[in-house]
Design a protein around this ligand. Structure first.
Ligand code: SF4
Length: 415
């Protein structure tokens, strides 16, 4: 059985089941957004059970029990793999953020039951509503992808573009009202939260309840600050603690190409507005590194720092693992060597910057070092042909030309 002094060193313990409630866009309730969403692996389904029933249910209790017994749960594989590869995992981030819940963990009974508690940290995916159709995404996460997915033969026409998690949203909001008093954090992610009605309904409920101290964290595509008659800037001004990670993969035309429907001038205007009117918001650019943007990314980082849109430490890249046809691991060796040289130069540039917060710098540099590691790894079985084939198919249906937007990739297209 795990002891309090073992917590920090444990390679499998995660505090999530003591604090967190994640509802997927399919209505299943799972350990977190990194765990599988399927019914068989979920704790329950929000359309069949209440929040309280799932929170105190057999499956969630068994998950807590396993954690306390030091067992590595298969559903947490995503975090374990990231850690083995040197990346920071959601497990580690959450354990650090919710250290103050240690007493609760050790007051759990031997069957995993915690009495008189409610989740304090919600991640609710109301739907797949999104205004963009990014190259690295798909119809399961973006309603705007629907027509492209049909043309590519990924889904059939009789499917619906929209996926909603709740059969009865009002019934959930009634339950949620009961949780507000003990709430610590709400996490919003896609689809795209800024264009979801339910996101505004939650914020307004918090404001009405006087809970503007609840921490709001976002993953947003940063394309728009207006939706219907909601004024997100005025709403955000009321909240004390907000962190935003903007999913921007490249600058300008490259950025618009990778995240289709995005207008780069809106991104710049939104960032400047935020700097002017919402300086209390913690902001980072969170790009996903893939074949398209791998050579361009250091330029993007440096440009934004030079334009004073971010500090050097506010740029945290993540390496794309899936889909494999976009992973830098399948790049040919010669191209990888070119990328390695570019990243070495870039890391040296980062190190020269002076105004860097040490703790965050460590995290950011680690992410860049991991990119180097991935580029240095053996090329995987899938060849670059898979990327070329899929990007050509996308170019065709979108009437685009990858090499015109990314001339630095031209050598990949010479067969
Ligand atoms: S270990 Fe990772 S996958 Fe498992 S619950 Fe924690 S954050 Fe989620």
């Amino acid at each position: 059985m795990l002891l309090p002094e073992d917590l920090e060193q444990s390679i499998s313990f995660c505090v999530m089941p003591w604090v967190h409630f994640h509802i997927t866009q399919y209505g299943t309730v799972t350990p977190c957004c990194q765990a599988p969403w399927q019914e068989e692996q979920a704790f329950g389904n929000i359309n069949k059970q209440s929040v309280t029933e799932i929170w105190n249910g057999e499956k969630m209790n068994a998950f807590r029990k396993g954690m306390l017994e030091g067992k590595a749960d298969k559903r947490c594989e995503g975090c374990f793999i990231k850690e083995q590869e040197g990346f920071t995992s959601l497990r580690k981030i959450t354990n650090a953020k919710y250290k103050h819940k240690t007493d609760l963990v050790f007051s759990t009974d031997k069957n995993g039951v915690i009495k008189n508690t409610k989740p304090v940290y919600f991640d609710i995916r109301f739907s797949n509503v999104c205004n963009l159709r990014c190259r690295i995404c798909g119809p399961w996460s973006s309603s705007s992808w629907f027509n492209d997915a049909i043309k590519l033969g990924m889904i059939s026409e009789d499917k619906s573009a929209l996926t909603y998690s709740f059969e009865n949203t009002d019934a959930f909001f009634l339950q949620f009202r009961e949780m507000i008093a003990s709430l610590e954090e709400l996490y919003f992610a896609g689809g795209e939260p800024i264009v979801m009605d339910e996101h505004y309904r939650l914020l307004n409920m918090l404001i009405e309840a006087g809970r503007t101290d609840v921490r709001l964290t976002y993953n947003t595509n940063f394309s728009s600050f207006s939706y219907k008659n909601n004024n997100i800037v005025e709403l955000w001004k009321k909240f004390k603690s907000i962190s935003i990670a903007a999913s921007l993969d490249a600058e300008d035309k490259r950025g618009e190409f990778l995240r289709k429907n995005l207008k780069w001038e809106d991104v710049i205007a939104n960032r400047k507005l935020m700097q002017r009117e919402l300086p209390h918001i913690e902001f980072v650019v969170s790009p996903t590194i893939n074949i398209y943007n791998v050579l361009h990314l250091p330029d993007f980082h440096q440009d934004w720092v030079n334009q004073q849109l971010i500090r050097v430490e506010d740029f945290i890249p993540t390496l794309l693992i899936y889909p494999k046809d976009l992973s830098v691991r399948i790049l040919p060796k010669g191209f990888k060597n070119k990328a390695i040289a570019r990243y070495k130069e870039h890391i040296a540039w980062i190190q020269e910057q002076l105004s860097v917060h040490m703790e965050k710098r460590g995290h950011m540099l680690q992410q860049f070092e991991n990119i180097l590691k991935a580029l240095s790894s053996t090329t995987e079985n899938e060849s670059i042909d898979l990327f070329l084939k899929n990007s050509a198919a996308m170019d065709k249906i979108r009437n685009e030309k990858t090499v015109e937007v990314f001339p630095e990739l031209a050598e990949l297209f010479v067969i």
